[in-house]
Design a protein around this ligand. Structure first.
Ligand code: F6P
Length: 530
């Protein structure tokens, strides 16, 4: 039996610390009181510098949170994940996404012992990776292929989409990338209206190869392909224009796709961009840059495994999330990437965090007595400043903000990058200092916390490190709450009910269905809407 976080001595000490020292803590005053505040509350991790000093914490808060991590067995949980133990208990699986970015010789973690099955899995990872990168290079060398259409949803969509967008400066200019996820036919239809079968490669990405949206989109794409000059065999054959990325190789073959890149059930969907699901990324940026993405993530893995808890960035960020969620009661966190390249990061993080930790029972089936995943939301800056930032500055709710910025703007150095960075820093400052001397309408309370994550530039290695940082941070909060962060049974309910409603509609049977649902269904299928 693992310990319940709220029953630990550290939790009680944190409650007292909050009540007696921190409930009224003012960040600006914190800087005045402690000249060493910035140094104590900021750190460099691989590829990512983090300034955590604009938070409602003191070094004492950090000590107590670290004690909480120790009492909750975070180190043991982390080491179990990195040993390949079946920590996804409800599905009896390991969670070894970290293995996907480990070099064949163990890289920065080569001195740690590795069990034989994990060693075998690492060899399989590299065999598949080599095959995937060879395939990617082959596709990149075919100028007649101008459009890559990724059909997938959730983890089979969001990670590749974030990375392909983010690495625009590193992408091959002669290919366009399209991501189709929604079962709303407008999305697929819009893409199909702009491509031709002979110059398009479809990637059907689905870990399970059963997800309803992806299957319907893939079937429709296939039908369109055959109706517009594509063939079953011969010129412009399906075999040359469809590739499956899945753990369910048999289902892909049954669909009629001959070329499949596989991966393993120990890769969670939302942790899968490093696997065969990353093929669109590899086609976009090529083998060398894909390997750099993996190397950046591996550097963060090694940091997570080896750095002391008090200087371990995923641990510090995860514990900060616990501090705000459970002791301050803040219900959401705003993500503000000051980067057009990271415009889809928030959507990706919503799945990563909320699908992983949006749960109310722990891994042993016991109710978690405290609040779990916050709502994660946001938009890139500076756009958000002209939309919802008003509420962040003056609304009654305190919402911690996470700024993400790059020192070097790549292609767009100069005035644009300068303005972008100045705006990010100014917003963080404004949230903290407020405008307290003013009365009434202009009053801004300040003391609004924020993290500032800074990358040198948005290159493959930095991006890999940033994403791995978020993965491990989610692991940290899940481990403190005792949650299994690697299943998602809540999603199944909606899937089952959609199936049930489709069957009922066929039969016209609305017995034992609540009046609202039955009423809506009748309205949807009625020929003559009132
Ligand atoms: O949303 C539920 C979910 O199972 C996610 O966890 C997953 O990433 C997504 O659906 C897609 O699943 P698949 O890759 O099996 O199509």
């Amino acid at each position: 039996m693992t310990v319940l976080c709220h029953e630990t001595a550290a939790w009680k000490a944190l409650e007292r610390h909050y009540r007696e020292e921190m409930a009224e803590f003012d960040i600006v005053q914190g800087f005045a009181d402690d000249p060493g505040r910035l140094a104590a509350l900021s750190q460099q991790a691989p590829h990512v510098f983090a300034d955590l000093s604009k938070n409602r914490i003191t070094p004492r808060t950090g000590e107590l949170l670290t004690a909480l991590a120790q009492e909750c067995g975070l180190v043991e949980s982390r080491d179990r994940m990195f040993a390949g133990a079946p920590i996804n208990t409800s599905e009896g699986r390991a969670a070894m996404h970290w293995l996907l970015r480990m070099p064949r010789d163990g890289g920065l973690l080569r001195d740690r012992p590795m069990e034989a099955p994990v060693r075998t899995a690492l060899d399989a990872v590299h065999d598949t990776l080599d095959a995937m990168l060879a395939l990617a290079e082959q596709v990149r060398s075919r100028p007649e292929i101008t459009d890559i259409v990724n059909i997938g949803i959730g983890g089979s969509h969001l990670g590749p989409e974030v990375v392909v967008n983010a690495l625009e400066d590193w992408r091959s200019p002669d290919k366009r990338f399209h991501f189709v996820s929604n079962v709303d036919g407008h999305e697929l239809g819009h893409v199909l209206s702009r491509v031709r079968p002979e110059s398009t490669l479809f990637l059907v990405a689905s870990k399970s190869f059963t997800t309803a949206e992806t299957m319907l989109n893939a079937h429709s794409a296939r039908t369109w392909f055959l109706a517009n000059g594509g063939t079953l065999e011969g010129d412009c054959a399906i075999a040359d224009h469809f590739i499956a990325l899945t753990t369910n190789v048999a289902a892909a073959a049954a669909f009629g796709i001959r070329r499949t890149l596989g991966f393993w059930d120990w890769v969670g969907g939302r942790y899968s961009l490093w696997s065969a699901i990353g093929l669109p990324i590899a086609i976009a940026v090529g083998a060398t840059h894909f390997r750099a993405l993996l190397a950046g993530a591996h550097a963060m893995d090694a940091h997570f495994v080896t750095a002391p808890l008090a200087r371990n960035l995923p641990v510090r960020l995860g514990l900060l999330d616990i501090w705000y969620r459970n002791f301050h009661g803040f219900g959401s966190r705003c993500i503000a990437p000051y980067s057009h390249g990271l415009r889809r990061l928030t959507a990706y993080l919503q799945q990563l965090e909320m699908e992983s930790n949006g749960k109310q029972v722990d891994a042993q089936g016991r109710p978690v007595a405290v609040a779990t995943s916050a709502v994660v939301w946001g938009e890139p800056g500076t756009n958000g400043q002209h939309a919802f930032f008003q509420m962040l500055h003056q609304g009654p709710d305190v919402i911690p903000v996470e700024f993400i910025a790059m020192r070097d703007g790549g292609k767009y150095l100069g005035a644009h990058q300068h303005s972008l960075l100045i705006n990010a820093v100014a917003q963080a400052q404004a949230l903290m200092v407020g405008r307290r001397q003013e009365s009434s309408e202009k009053y801004c309370p300040g003391n609004r916390p924020s993290n500032f994550l800074l990358l040198q530039q948005l290159d493959p290695a930095s991006l890999g490190a940033l994403i791995a940082l978020y993965e491990h941070r989610v692991f940290v909060t899940g481990a403190i709450w005792g949650i299994n962060s690697f299943d998602q049974w809540g999603v199944e309910l909606g899937k089952n009910l959609a199936r049930d409603l489709a069957e009922r509609q066929e039969r016209g049977d609305w017995q034992d269905v609540d009046a609202s649902t039955a009423g809506l269904m009748r309205r949807l299928i009625a020929a003559d809407l009132p």
